[in-house]
Design a protein around this ligand. Structure first.
Ligand code: SF4
Ligand code: SF4
Length: 203
């Protein structure tokens, strides 16, 4: 998978195959940003210092908690807030903060760079094609919702049936951003986030 610019100069990608993973997408973004450096050094207002929500996903929380169940529960309770995702109509967790992200330094360095949220890794502050934006949003939503489920699984006493339902989300209990995009799309279709035609446009 490779990121490129479409005819209108917007960020797009070449194609998604049956074995393309979220990791492939993240690597494609890293390569694109290496070749098309953003003007972060001269950016007067760092995106990490704006009032935007920093949405938190399960893999990021587990990494920051060193895969410790109790630490993950405390992290969510102390550092995160629940906020409605109005676009997709589900609850998600965001960082508890005033304006700046709690992980940005004065000199604009992210102190958790290697473990930063997937939503930060998917972000590019340049015009994007419709399908790139949709892809980014579906991947993000899948991992955001997985954190909601994992926190419930850690704190509530659920039946096997409920747990099985939660595990329909392919990112639940994922150790990395390595799930198949195919599985993200199948989940998104089941959730009603996309229909068959929208899915075909993503390939
Ligand atoms: S990624 Fe953020 S800091 Fe870098 S140029 Fe874009 S808005 Fe500025
Ligand atoms: S986690 Fe890091 S990359 Fe993400 S908003 Fe905070 S400082 Fe920026």
């Amino acid at each position: 998978m490779k990121l490129l610019l479409d005819g209108g100069g917007k960020i797009d990608y070449d194609m998604i195959q049956a074995d393309t993973t979220v990791k492939d997408l993240l690597e494609a973004i890293d390569i694109f940003l290496r070749d098309n450096t953003l003007p972060c050094d001269n950016c007067e207002e760092s995106c990490c210092k704006k009032a935007w929500s920093v949405e938190m996903d399960n893999v990021c929380v587990n990494r920051l908690s060193n895969w410790n169940k109790e630490a993950a529960v405390s992290f969510v309770q102390e550092k995160l807030l629940k906020k409605k995702n109005y676009y997709r109509d589900f609850n998600q967790y965001i960082l508890r903060k005033e304006k700046n992200c709690i992980y940005i330094t004065e000199s604009n360095l992210c102190t958790i760079y290697e473990k930063r949220p997937v939503i930060c890794r998917l972000y590019i502050c340049s015009p994007k094609s419709y399908r790139y934006n949709l892809l980014r949003e579906l991947v993000g939503s899948t991992y955001l919702k997985a954190l909601i489920y994992e926190q419930k699984m850690r704190t509530d006493n659920f039946t096997e049936r409920t747990i099985k339902k939660y595990k329909a989300n392919p990112a639940v209990l994922a150790k990395d951003y390595d799930i198949l995009l195919e599985d993200v799309f199948t989940y998104a279709e089941a959730e009603g986030w996309i229909d068959f035609d929208e899915r075909q446009e993503l390939y």
